[in-house]
Design a binder for this molecule. Sequence first.
Ligand SMILES: Cc1cc2nc3c(=O)[nH]c(=O)nc-3n(C[C@H](O)[C@H](O)[C@H](O)COP(=O)(O)OP(=O)(O)OC[C@H]3O[C@@H](n4cnc5c(N)ncnc54)[C@H](O)[C@@H]3O)c2cc1C
Length: 528
Amino acid sequence: MVARARYDTVIVGAGSAGAILAARLTEDRGRAVCVIEAGPDHPDLETMPDELRTASMIDERHAPYLWHHTARATALRPALAAPSGRVVGGSSAINTTVFLWALRPDLDGWARVAGPSWSYEACVPYFRRIESDLDFPNGAHGTTGPVPVERPARAAWSKAAAAYHELCLSLGYPDCPDFNAPDAVGIGPVPFNKRDGVRMSTAVAYLAPARARPNLRILARSCARRVVCEGTRAVAVEVATEMGPLVVGAGEIVLSAGAIASPQLLMLSGIGPSEDVVRVGIEPIADLRGVGRNLRNHPLCATAWSLAPTYGEPELLGIPWQTQLRTTAPGSRDREDACLGMAVLGSRPVATAARVTATSGPKLGISTLLMHAASRGTVRLASDDPDVQPDIDLSYLAETTDLDRMRAMVRLAVELGRHSRLDGLRGELLDPTPADLASDAALDEWMLRNVLTSHHPAGTCRMGSDDDSVVDDQGRVHGFEGLRVVDASIMPDCPRVNVNATTMMVAEKVADAMRGIAPATSAARASA
Ligand SMILES: Cc1cc2nc3c(=O)[nH]c(=O)nc-3n(C[C@H](O)[C@H](O)[C@H](O)COP(=O)(O)OP(=O)(O)OC[C@H]3O[C@@H](n4cnc5c(N)ncnc54)[C@H](O)[C@@H]3O)c2cc1C
């Protein structure tokens, strides 16, 4: 027998966006909200497993809290591990906690596609609302938001991070003490959403204080399988729970399952490009051709050196990326499209989910992230079975401009790494090898074989009003009533930063719209 339940609002996914929506929407005590989350729930910091509580990069301990997807990155890298969080808090519960506001050109670009409510100036009050900036408690930053933000103190920088900072300054890159200041570029410390080593996920910062509300139900270890529609009205979600199947009816259904699962759920429900839906035997109910298209992300190439014997004891930090360079890729016609960070990488096995790679002792790495790629990928159904992951094609470096810019960035990373200011810290170049660097063709092949993901998928149900868009400027699915998507998938484009803070900003903004609250303004926030 199928059990039934009914709420005013059902949110699928308790991740970066879903947990914020649940917390904000239940501030209206008359609204009954149910959050359906596939992963487990660890409700308080005291009982939370250390690997979720303590901020770190992902490793093998996080495997129970992940979706273990693989993606085609390039023709030479057809099965790259592309994990994401599967736990209350979503990817914010397992991520590296880098907390960066989107840049002005990113959001002003969104505004051209999705309307003026998404301009940089319109979004800034929402970034402020999220944060409590512990380093810059002044007018430019939020000081009362639920998410503490801090940068590693200079005294705590590794020798590598400090030397990298000095090196970049000596080469004329601007000093950048605050990457979240408007129009910030240059070399500086990375802001993190953590405090006293604790990862401030949306589960901790937003959901924990809301849990006691009688109008909030969190249904963990429960997987949404499809949305049920009556004509063009979404009326319920079919869910597989530990107790058996459940149909949850709702006045409004919000998909916040992330940039892979939200388009997957729409397509499983018959909403998407008809040819993709029909191909796996699902009857289409709306031919929305943009669903699963426009997969945006940041390709990453990792250069590595041995540590010099004179380095001393390597600082093996949970989060080794302390200083980074935000700049424009050499020869690029874009701007602020390059991020190069230096770190001492440890000997702990690094989980890339599907593969756990044992690293062979500490190394010094400079990673190059292409922050505004031209290539776009796709998410397509592989099966009508919700338990089968969709085909994910990242299409990394598919456009010549991406290959050119990444090659220029890798050569810049090698030049920085070889600089005499790092003598005594850095040993020999391990990767790429001299043979890989011998020609552009050889380096391109190295990049296409070794490119990694930054774990920032976005854009697969993008906002807009054109035929390729999926939702309007408030996340409402075109042509449907009672159905929204609110997560990283509705971004028209990937911002030139790690995308978690921007996803949170999206959720805060749409929550206001759903509650009928006028958009926050800088002036209103400053006086609040
Ligand atoms: C390893 C890693 C490191 C990262 N590091 C950083 C970083 O340092 N800084 C940064 O800015 N960004 C980082 N990111 C990216 C960032 O965390 C994500 O972009 C962001 O969390 C996306 O938010 P979301 O709400 O769209 O999706 P998520 O937070 O992933 O939430 C989606 C939720 O939906 C649930 N779900 C999915 N399908 C279903 C279903 N069918 N039924 C029920 N529930 C479902 C999932 O289990 C998950 O909890 C990282 C990501 C990863 C994976």
